[in-house]
Ligand binder design. Structure first.
Ligand code: ADP
Ligand code: ASP
Ligand code: MG
Length: 440
């Protein structure tokens, strides 16, 4: 079994969807195809929810109508025969009737999740209609029947594995399956999702659950590049990454992968490939257990970071101080990314400010607490970075003009991170591209 996931841009135009149909029908191995919503759809659905949350129904209606017109135009170019177009129209009407009904009822968070699910539901149904029109045998598997998250909003992997394999057995003999990325059910049985970009996570979970031979993530670029191609002019694809390197890059901002999507594939040792739908022959990036080559591979940046410093002379020679501080963050389910300590102070970073006020209040008894908002973690990832000649001197020489707030080195052998004010992010990425990768 092979898993192939296609992102928003890969299905965002009728001709791209047709290209996807070609890619999934080459080779004899059975396949599970995971689709995102058409590009732009989830953003529009988020805007509908935001408009409803502030009671702006006319704005919500305007976005719904614009999106509906887009889908009608889309199927006219995707489908050819009358019956298929009729079927496409019915699918679109069903989902837009739902969106129009919610304008009449009271809005809440659970309903918002239903709104967000419409994109993947529509893309897969329309794609399935196209496959049908082409006479391509397949089964459309509703992700809501097997993708599940627990009370902590984490994937409930054992349930996913059991349910998915049961469903696959019911379709013995089928060679092609299509399902939705991103959407799932939560512990209350309601429709929920795996957060923005979550279709990658779906693919990796399915690949692990079905013990697939490979998990292919098809997108609009030829693999993981050494730097953010949206920010830096000259970037090059990285041929090979280990699961750990890929996970670090995804977590620290490389948008090509969902932040936590690597662990399921890693757990079952399923190789992950990042491939380009528009350039299928390009080698892309292969992610496996082994790191492959040594040295620096890529840099990524994660915005929206808050640095918190707790300064106290009581920390001097004391033990248990760090535990007490970390317990405050644990209490508020707030993950810490970077930590640096001196004898009298500790600085940590968080990216979730939901409970910031409570956390700061509870830290006050430990010493003087200061915060720096609008920070960015820039993470340089590679294999055996510590052994890479001159890596630290290259890093710091490159960043002479940047006011680095924190440095984290030695936590693992494949990462060195610096914290910089977000206003310096672009400059930092550009300087590192030249100073560390020798690319201009
Ligand atoms: P999809 O819709 O297929 O899931 P995404 O937009 O989520 O695609 O991810 C692909 C995009 O990630 C690329 O178009 C690129 O702009 C961006 N990106 C950011 N950092 C990197 C990187 N280091 N390597 C490759 N792409 C990156
Ligand atoms: N459609 C969702 C999003 O835009 C999930 C995904 O594309 O991965 O975030
Ligand atoms: Mg994505």
């Amino acid at each position: 079994m092979k898993v192939m996931k296609f992102g928003g841009t890969s299905v965002g135009k009728p001709e791209r969807m047709q290209q996807v149909a070609k890619l999934i029908t080459t080779g004899s191995e059975p396949k599970i195809v995971v689709l995102s919503a058409l590009s732009g759809t989830t953003n529009a659905l988020v805007s509908i929810g935001e408009a409803l949350a502030i009671g702006d129904k006319p704005l919500a209606k305007q976005i719904i109508d614009g999106l509906e017109a887009h889908y009608h135009a889309f199927i006219k170019n995707l489908l050819k025969n009358e019956a298929a177009i009729k079927k496409g129209e019915i699918i679109i009407s069903e989902h837009f009737d739902f969106l129009n009904i919610i304008l009449k009822i009271s809005f809440n968070e659970a309903l918002n999740k239903d709104i967000l699910a419409q994109g993947e539901l529509m893309s897969t149904k329309l794609f399935s209609t196209y496959l049908e029109e082409k006479g391509i045998d397949h089964a459309l598997l509703p992700a809501l029947d097997f993708m599940q998250i627990d009370a902590n909003d984490e994937p409930y992997f054992d349930a996913i594995r059991v349910k998915l394999n049961r469903i696959l057995q019911q379709h013995a003999g089928k060679k092609l399956f299509v399902t939705q990325g991103y959407i799932c059910r939560n512990s209350k049985g309601e429709v929920d999702n795996l957060k923005r970009g979550g279709s990658d996570y779906t693919a990796s979970l399915i690949a692990a659950a079905a013990k697939a031979s490979v998990c292919e993530i098809w997108t609009d670029i030829d693999g993981m590049h050494n730097n953010d191609p949206r920010i830096v002019n000259k970037t090059i694809p990285v041929v090979q990454l280990s699961f750990e390197e890929a996970a670090e890059l995804a977590y620290f901002g490389a948008k090509i992968l969902h932040p936590t999507c690597i662990w399921p594939a890693q757990q079952e040792k399923v190789p992950v490939k990042l491939l380009n739908t528009m350039q299928p022959e390009a080698p892309g990036t292969t992610i496996t257990q082994e790191a492959g080559s040594e040295g620096v591979k890529a840099v990524a940046a994660k915005d929206g970071i808050i640095a918190i410093k707790i300064k106290s002379s009581r920390m001097l020679l004391a033990y248990g101080f760090l535990r007490k501080i970390f317990e405050v963050f644990e209490k508020y389910k707030t993950a810490i990314d970077m930590v640096t300590t001196s004898e009298v102070a500790v600085s940590v970073t968080i990216d979730n400010d939901t409970h910031l006020a409570q956390i700061l209040k509870e830290l006050e008894p430990f010493g003087t607490v200061t915060t720096d908002k609008d920070q960015t973690i820039v993470s340089i990832v590679g294999n055996q970075i510590a052994q890479t000649p001159h890596i630290l001197s290259k890093l710091f020489d490159s960043l002479l003009e940047v006011p680095v707030r924190m440095v984290s080195y030695g936590g693992s052998s494949h990462n060195v991170s610096v914290l910089v004010p977000s206003a310096y992010k672009i400059q930092t990425l550009q300087l590192l591209n030249k100073g560390v990768f020798g690319l201009e």
